[in-house]
Design a protein around this ligand. Sequence first.
Ligand SMILES: NC(=O)c1ccc[n+]([C@@H]2O[C@H](COP(=O)([O-])OP(=O)(O)OC[C@H]3O[C@@H](n4cnc5c(N)ncnc54)[C@H](O)[C@@H]3O)[C@@H](O)[C@H]2O)c1
Length: 485
Amino acid sequence: MTHPAQPKASHFINGAYVEDTSGTPIPVIYAATGEEIATVYAATPAIIEQALTSAQAAQKEWAKKTGTERGRVLRRAAEIMRERNHELSVLETYDTGKPLQETLVADATSGADALEYFGGLAASLTGEHIPLGEDWVYTIREPLGLCVGIGAWNYPTQIACWKGAPALACGNSMVFKPSETTPLCALKVAEILIEAGAPAGLYNVIQGMGEVGGALVTDPRVDKVSLTGSVPTGKKVYAAAASGMKHVTMELGGKSPMIVFEDADIESAISGAINGNFYSSGQVCSNGTRVFVHKDIKEKFLARLAERTATAKLGDPMDESVNFGPMVSARQMEIVLGYIEKGKSEGARLICGGGRAEMDGYYVQPTVFADVTDDMVIAREEIFGPVMCVLDFDSEDEVIARANDTEFGLSAGVFTKDFTRAHRVIGQLEAGSCFINSYNDAPVEAPFGGVKASGVGRENSKEAIKHFSQVKSVYVRMGDCEAAF
Ligand SMILES: NC(=O)c1ccc[n+]([C@@H]2O[C@H](COP(=O)([O-])OP(=O)(O)OC[C@H]3O[C@@H](n4cnc5c(N)ncnc54)[C@H](O)[C@@H]3O)[C@@H](O)[C@H]2O)c1
């Protein structure tokens, strides 16, 4: 019997599901059981061509609509997503293995927020009037054209919407390629946009591995590439886009610091550390995986952290009381287990967890290492799993220097009751998305993105509009045009 997660077909192009079984089969594995629940096929050159051709044609018509008309479609899509939140959340759980407790509140709802927010902004995207004596300049905010979105596997619905919503609001079209690990959810976003009144071809989804992404990035018809993925992939995609002089947004990885000062509320700081390390089983790009705890409170912090971590409920992700799910794939589980072994062999002190959980599926125990030093591999590389590294520090200047000593710069957090210190420290941290007495909030109203190797550009907020549009400036001479000869 066909599993309910099996989509009607692999791709969604020009307003309809399209299949081409001559592409490489991509099995969809449910991470909680290891069972194959669906199969899709990687896009063939013919499928890629269909997607690009229809996106290019649809964009021309879409850009002629008023912002109000475009916004209405996006807001209607947001409503449909909210109405179907339960069904979409179950699919997200099948796609990723994340607990339903999380997907019910953080995935389709976050996607709907983006559609609603950018739907609301669409009608307000205007240029400006610049007086120059008798003459004047006016500017027009124009779409970029055909945009490509390439997603990671940790938030498939959210990523499909965070890229699609601002792109469409600005009058662009999109071809979106989800991660081959989680191909299901973006298809639903495409389906819902059509139901909401988007023209056929405006938002297309095609499946595939890196080669399909590469073919999209290098196609001369593509004007912009927005990638969510790892730093090594980001470097390749950025370079390929640069050779075609295309616009880019790069949402990449991190190894973000979270600093807990001696005056912090310890329970609140531990909540921040849990949210910043164990939510989505640690598979969040902005995670604060280097937790710097002041040496005066370190042992108290660790004891209470271990107590609270022991209450994490691992189990069937469809059981709404479960709050900790499996790794997305067997491969990701092996990578994370490899880092845990590395931490042990490097001499970090294991506080809790430290291995695979004894159950079916790809579960890794929530793991805390203490006495981690800056040079350890577990403190330098992005693990992308439930592995928290606790490091101790003495002084503010020292911890700022150590927090910044990384190629990454996605996020940073500070826990303290001293607000002067909080702002002073945040001001010196090299990161794009920061938190004071909180961790990992990502409201659509706030810019999201990294500095240094963690990325280029910003998603969400009005900032995203700048990355999906360009400004034309028009000089208007009111008198005669003069020349030297
Ligand atoms: N900053 C953010 O917003 C954010 C959000 C989520 C995840 N991430 C990062 O994503 C990573 C985990 O996701 P992943 O393992 O899917 O990342 P990945 O880099 O392996 O893959 C990301 C996407 O790029 C595609 N791809 C791979 N090679 C390509 C190429 N040469 N050309 C075009 N496309 C190519 C993949 O098929 C996939 O769709 C982590 O590093 C995480 O930090 C960042």
